[in-house]
Design a protein around this ligand. Structure first.
Ligand code: C2E
Ligand code: CA
Ligand code: CA
Length: 538
């Protein structure tokens, strides 16, 4: 006869159930969905009553918790798992790590961690084979208690998994304050279509966990579609009916022997020593530095050509110069603002940064669109550094500068210079300037090109006399007018001088520029080719 037992019945036979093994353990494998290998298992409690048959945790665990008996059941489970692991080890089989559930009521018991540790020692099980699952809701009783237990477990070397993440007890806060090693995300808490709101929450959690360097296990995975979706957002570890229901010890042992094993690895290896957890804490030094002591900065992931922004600081928003909300930036597709050419430039820089493991920079033009400001085209200079990576995901930190104004000024300058070039080309003008105080001469590009004048001439005009640009018979005359001009005795000068070795006649003109006090500053010279009639006319 199979029926759910009443509270009285459960309590009446609880001690016997522990003593005679009516309370026992089933095992559910945890699998890497990318490789099909086993990464661990969870121990789940079952109770078979000799008369009433199989009882499920949802029926008897609340009763045990309410009556302060759950710790006895949990210790019995822990011991059964130790016994199982011992059997495997003695038999030369390598087990996977088995995680054992810890009720939130166990947390209130001062010596609970001590007790499991004693059991582990008495069975001589290496601590790497035992994980502890604590539920997110344990934090309801107060953060301090859970933090203490966590610290104790870590001191003994247990890997701690946070169970039922996403069940709603201010999840993100818990995550930031509790240094758990693994996050278990229950698909059933986030039901609804995969692409919808549930999916958005899941991917945000996976993304954040990745940045924390914490592996995520999706539990309650029943379909291939769910497992593939989780894999696509960067969570490859799954537990659920898709791979196996919780099974009895012998059956599990067989599965464990059949499948290859692999260790659970962190989602992201942070390359520098920055402590990622503190990065999400608004009060941490890291956040204060990120927000106040560096310029515009952004953290993003890059995976198979997809980029996703995880975090921007306040100065980033200011630098972009648009009135945007942080959320607006996080939600947008970072590539949407770049055209094909600029995206190519940016992605090439990412690849360089991956290869060099050093800072790489680039400039890209972007079309930024904000709700309040509409569209604008800006040029962003980025200094990019890879700060973390997995097999195929990369984490980048980029400092940004909005260099639009600089670029525009440069373009204007370039434009005016280009206009001048065209104009001088048409007018056949050679132009240069001579600095009065330094006697340095700077020629225009045409002088450089046609007359072979270097870009900067010291002690003007001597070098040009030496090289024969000025013919020797004109040298003394030229020196004399230059002296007069540069000392301010005359303000202008005009003469026809045959220039270059070809002795081509040029109309050479000078004007002097003075400062407000009348002191000579610069002499501007020009030379135009003398056309035939002009030569005759002179
Ligand atoms: P839990 O720790 O979240 O365990 C996962 C539950 O999900 C298990 O239910 C498991 O059988 C079930 N499950 C696994 N894959 C799937 C799936 O694909 N679909 C669906 N619908 N369910 C799936 P179970 O064994 O009934 O345990 C229920 C809860 O009871 C556990 O939730 C845990 O909170 C508690 N529990 C189980 N064993 C222990 C224990 O030894 N100690 C304590 N304190 N609590 C335990
Ligand atoms: Ca669990
Ligand atoms: Ca769970």
């Amino acid at each position: 006869m199979n029926r759910v037992m009443t509270e009285q019945e459960l309590l009446a036979c609880f001690d016997d159930a522990v003593k005679f093994g009516h309370i026992f353990v089933t095992y559910q494998p945890k699998i890497n969905h990318s490789t099909g290998r086993m990464i661990g298992a969870e121990a789940l409690m079952r109770w078979t009553h000799p008369v009433y048959g199989m009882q499920y945790p949802s029926d008897f665990i609340p009763v045990l918790e309410k009556n302060d008996l759950i710790y006895k059941a949990d210790l019995a489970v822990f011991e059964a798992v130790c016994r199982f692991l011992r059997k495997c080890l003695d038999n030369g089989e390598t087990p996977v790590p088995v995680s054992v559930n810890m009720s939130r009521y166990d947390i209130y018991r001062k010596d609970y961690v001590e007790q499991i540790e004693n059991l582990r020692k008495s069975y001589d099980i290496p601590v790497k084979y035992l994980h502890v699952e604590i539920t997110e809701s344990s934090a309801i009783g107060g953060m301090e208690l859970v933090s203490d237990v966590l610290r104790q477990l870590h001191e003994y070397g247990y890997v701690v998994e946070m169970d039922d993440f996403g069940s709603g007890y201010s999840s993100l806060n818990v995550l930031k304050d509790l240094a758990v090693d693994v996050i278990k995300l229950d698909m059933r808490f986030l039901s609804g279509e995969i692409g919808g709101r549930g999916g958005t929450i899941i991917s945000a959690i996976v993304r954040m966990a990745k940045w924390l360097g914490t592996p995520v296990i999706a539990e309650g995975v029943e379909t291939m579609e769910q497992a593939d979706y989780m894999k696509s957002i960067g969570c490859k570890y799954v537990q659920g009916y898709l791979y196996s229901k919780p099974v009895a010890e012998d059956e599990f042992r067989e599965k464990m022997g059949q499948l290859e094993h692999e260790p659970l690895t962190p989602a992201m290896d942070l390359i520098n020593s920055m402590e990622a957890g503190r990065f999400w804490d608004p009060r941490s030094m890291e956040t204060i530095i990120f927000n106040n002591f560096v310029g515009g900065a952004v953290i993003f992931t890059y995976h198979n050509g997809d980029a996703e922004i995880l975090k921007v600081n306040k100065k980033y928003i200011k630098e972009i110069g648009m009135n945007m909300m942080e959320q607006e930036i996080l939600d947008a597709d970072p590539w949407a603002s770049l055209d094909e050419k600029n995206r190519e430039i940016y992605e090439q820089t990412l690849l360089r940064a991956i290869r060099s493991k050093d800072e790489e920079s680039c400039e890209t033009w972007r079309n930024i669109c904000s709700k309040t400001c509409g569209e604008d085209r800006i040029c962003v200079r980025s200094f990019i550094r890879m700060i973390g990576r997995t097999e195929e995901h990369y984490l980048f930190y980029a400092m940004v500068q909005n260099v639009t104004a600089e670029k525009k000024r440069y373009n204007e300058l370039y434009d005016s210079e280009r206009r001048f070039r065209f104009a001088s080309e048409h007018a056949n003008v050679y132009a240069w300037e001579v600095d009065v105080s330094t006697r340095e001469m700077r020629p225009c590009f045409r002088c450089m090109r046609d007359l072979n004048v270097p870009p900067l001439v010291h002690n003007y005009p001597e070098p040009l006399i030496e090289t024969g640009v000025f013919p020797p018979d004109y040298a003394d005359m030229y020196r004399e007018v230059m002296d007069k001009l540069l000392s301010g005795k005359i303000d202008s000068f005009e003469h026809i001088i045959p220039l270059t070795v070809g002795r081509v006649p040029f109309h050479v003109r000078y004007t002097l520029e003075r400062d407000e006090a009348g002191k000579p500053l610069k002499a501007y010279g020009s030379a135009t080719l003398v056309v035939d009639d002009e030569e005759k006319g002179e």
